[in-house]
Ligand binder design. Structure first.
Ligand code: G1P
Length: 283
């Protein structure tokens, strides 16, 4: 039903300088896998096979990652190192990767609009790879796709965050229509302290209906002088319906050093070591 997933990935990742001076932030590894690969896996698990990546200058390693590397593969062919490439080979075989360059950084709304040519006229998902979301039973995108099937409108993922952190996020308020699901009536991008409509913060997972593109086109620059997807979504909510879903699972803010370290420790213990155990048991 939803086949495409858009990854805005043109940002500079300044919070991780100097590491991100020549390496895209999306390629920073969490244990042995780049951040964006976790997002791609989540999209595949949710039934998507079109990965639409909005890149920028200096992001060649990202495009190379989702492609064959004949020289490397030749070198390790027949050795036990081949196992390490099984996962990424499966990803490359099961999904199509398309790319478009965002020439100027004018905000998340602008990045999403840049991806329009890749997405076309169909509902699609958006993943901000900085937000690493894990849930062993069912990934966050897959939970959202199930809701989309029922409600057929745009859906944003939200999480309760401490009041003192609310100003770092897009924030929603709305009426709860069933457990963990809200019909949005207000949305503010990074509200000033003391003016936040709730503590339900938008996390980097969205399902968007294609009319959002027109709405972004009509959206003036907002917070920080940038074109904000939050502002376009508020228009959509007022004209029709936008849902906010308090997802099941953990989320790590890998755009911050603390969140990145937490994600690394969590994935080492709960993903990496478990996959090693499975391999040992198979042998
Ligand atoms: C973006 C969105 C914001 C959202 C956040 C989630 O902000 O604009 O609404 O809450 O992602 O990570 P950014 O973190 O890119 O400034």
């Amino acid at each position: 039903m939803i086949k495409k997933c858009l990854f805005p990935a043109a940002g500079y990742g300044t919070r991780f300088l100097p590491a991100t001076k020549s390496m895209p932030k999306e390629m920073m590894p969490i244990v042995n896998k780049p951040l964006i690969e976790y997002g791609v896996e989540e999209a595949i698990e949710a039934g998507m096979n079109g990965m639409c990546i909005v890149t920028g200058r200096g992001k060649h390693s990202l495009t190379d990652h989702f492609d064959k590397n004949y020289e490397l593969e030749h070198q390790i062919s027949g050795t036990n190192k081949e196992d390490l490439l099984v996962n990424i080979r499966d990803i490359i075989d099961s999904a199509n990767f398309t790319y478009i360059r965002q020439r100027e950084m004018k905000g998340l709304g602008h990045a999403i609009l840049t991806g329009r040519e890749l997405v076309g006229d169909e509902p699609f998902a958006v993943v901000l790879a900085d937000d690493l979301c894990v849930n062993p039973d069912q990934g966050v995108l897959s939970q959202m796709v199930a809701l989309y099937k029922q409600f057929r409108c745009s859906i944003v993922a939200v999480q309760e965050v401490p009041r003192e952190d609310v100003h770092k996020y897009g924030v929603i308020s709305g009426e709860m229509i069933k457990d963990d699901l809200y019909r949005v009536d207000d949305m503010v991008e990074k509200p000033e302290k003391g003016t936040e409509p709730s503590n339900l913060a938008i996390i980097g997972r969205y399902i968007l209906t294609p009319d959002i593109f027109e709405l972004i086109e009509q959206t003036e620059p907002g917070k920080g002088g940038e074109i904000q997807i939050t502002d376009a979504l508020l228009k959509q909510a007022k004209a029709g319906c936008v849902l906010a879903y308090k997802f099941k699972g953990k989320r790590f803010d890998c755009g911050s050093v603390e969140g990145y370290i937490e994600a690394t420790n969590y994935c080492y213990e709960n993903v990496y070591l478990k996959s090693q155990d499975t391999k040992t048991n198979k042998k």
